[in-house]
Design a protein around this ligand. Structure first.
Ligand SMILES: [Zn+2]
Length: 93
């Protein structure tokens, strides 16, 4: 999947279209003490061999997320591009 390095996109902070730098967005490490992680751990606990939250169906491909950097105010925002894709994201020159 090809995507340009710079795009003209709407910035909600500047409230207008600005030139944005595009970067590959990566997921950070999960925090083990976060409230969502703890409640999920609790839901898995105490069911013996059966565990809820395990997927039986594997989805084909992933949704690609990119990070947009505004050139004027330097704020960041996420954008999902395309549908589910199995191909890796590469940036056009
Ligand atoms: Zn901006």
């Amino acid at each position: 999947m090809k995507f340009p390095k710079e795009i003209n996109a709407y910035c909600p902070y500047c409230k207008s279209h600005q030139l944005h730098k595009v970067k590959n967005s990566s997921k950070g490490r999960a925090r083990t003490l976060a409230i969502g992680t703890r409640s999920h751990e609790r839901s898995l606990f105490g069911h013996g061999s059966k565990r809820s939250g395990k997927k039986s169906v594997k989805k084909q491909g992933k949704r690609v997320k990119v990070l947009l950097h505004c050139s004027k105010c330097n704020k960041k925002q996420d954008r999902t591009i395309g549908g589910r894709t199995t191909k890796k994201l590469e940036f056009k020159q």
